[in-house]
Design a protein around this ligand. Structure first.
Ligand code: NAD
Length: 351
């Protein structure tokens, strides 16, 4: 039975990862999460009472806590999802992004290095520190080309700059101290349990409420979309078989303009929840002032991961988005507790 220390495992991708790993079996998860606005214990509700999941409310930047957890639980790997992750919030307040994504990751790396150094040789060889990162570190693409693992970093938002800094620290900890690190740089994720401030869940919720669907600028910014379950499978694959010190790009080969994404959701909801009077959901689309510094296009070349580790996405964009719309329709209680704030109030009350 392997033990994983997962950070940020009450968030969108980390939560999906913890649920997937525990469903597969053979692993114990210690889940360290600060429970910022993006951390949602409701996502982990089905794990209550299980002995293979230990939830710890805390900060990756709290070195004393992290050292204590490492000593107590003796993990075989650390998977670092913990981050401030929303670009718009990074524009309004970059400091929190530097604090968690850079300073917090550094603290976690120092704790990991010291713990790893003190492990017996046979466990040292198998230990891994996997850092989950984004394709946004590469900046913006023109109409052609894709990001590869050797594309120069050119982050454009405070979010991506802070993630780029954390990637560099991870790289440096491998090269300087020999820490067995792995880094994954993934494209935009979507799927169950995503906080409804991000494009896809926001669009679904607003469409269900019959409210205007905001689309930035001309709506023609392109993202390469990946279903979250496929991202989690890629992370597991890299953890099991990735070459130490390497980075792996993860992407779904599913480039779509934002406006296409919104129109696809509208069409799915026209079938599943028609608006009154035969009105089409598309009529709710409203173009709004563009985000400052909005990157035009991201596209990922994931061929290294496919070639070396045999990973492939299982969902096309069409199947993944249909699943996602259906998940949100079936889990309106989860969304409502996020929107009315009760997921936080109960937790703060309990703290
Ligand atoms: P999220 O915002 O949904 O979740 C982040 C989680 O980290 C939350 O549970 C939050 O409470 C926790 N957290 C924040 N600060 C913390 C701290 N100091 N200590 C401990 N926990 C803390 O983010 P997400 O979308 O799930 O992204 C997870 C990771 O994947 C991030 O590192 C992000 O950069 C990366 N990523 C995200 C995407 C995407 O499309 N969402 C794509 C590629 C990479």
């Amino acid at each position: 039975m392997k033990t994983l220390l997962v950070t940020g495992g009450a968030g969108f991708i980390g939560g999906n990862f913890v649920l997937d790993v525990l469903a597969r079996g053979g692993c114990r998860v210690v889940n360290l999460d600060k429970l910022t606005y993006a951390g949602n214990p409701d996502t982990l509700a089905t794990l209550e009472g299980r002995t293979d999941h230990v939830f710890v409310h805390g900060d990756i930047g709290d070195a004393a806590l992290v050292r204590r957890l490492l000593e107590q639980h003796r993990p075989d790997a650390i998977v670092n999802f913990a981050a401030e992750s929303h670009v718009d919030r990074s524009i309004d307040g970059p400091a929190a992004f530097v604090q968690t994504n850079v300073v917090g990751t550094l603290a976690l790396l120092e704790c990991a290095r010291d713990y790893w150094r003190a492990l017996p040789a046979e466990r040292q060889a198998g230990f891994r520190f996997l850092h989950v990162s984004t394709d946004e570190v590469y900046g913006s693409l023109g109409p052609t080309g894709k990001f590869t693992e050797t594309t120069a970093y050119a982050p454009n938002s405070p979010y991506s700059a802070s993630k780029a800094a954390s990637d560099h620290l991870v790289r440096a900890f491998h090269h300087t101290y020999g820490l067995p690190t792995l880094t994954t740089n993934c494209s935009n994720n979507y799927g169950p349990y995503q906080f409804p401030e991000k494009l896809i869940p926001l669009t679904i919720q607003k469409a269900l409420a019959g409210e205007p669907l905001p689309v930035y600028g001309d709506g023609r910014n392109v993202r390469d979309w990946l279903y979250v379950g496929d991202h989690c499978a890629a992370i597991l694959r890299v953890l099991e078989a990735g070459r130490v010190g390497e980075t792996y790009n993860v992407g779904g080969d599913a480039e779509r303009e934002n406006i296409q994404v919104v129109k696809t959701i509208c069409a799915l909801l026209d079938e599943r929840r028609p608006l009154a009077g035969g009105r089409r959901h598309e009529s709710l689309i409203t173009y709004v002032k563009d985000r400052p510094g909005h990157d035009r296009r991201y596209a990922i070349d994931a061929s290294k991961l496919q070639r070396e580790l045999g990973w492939r996405p299982t969902q096309s964009f069409e199947s993944g988005i249909a699943r996602t719309v259906d998940w949100y329709l079936a889990h309106q209680a989860w969304v409502r507790r996020v929107l009315d704030g009760s997921y936080r109030m109960e937790r703060l009350g309990a703290a």
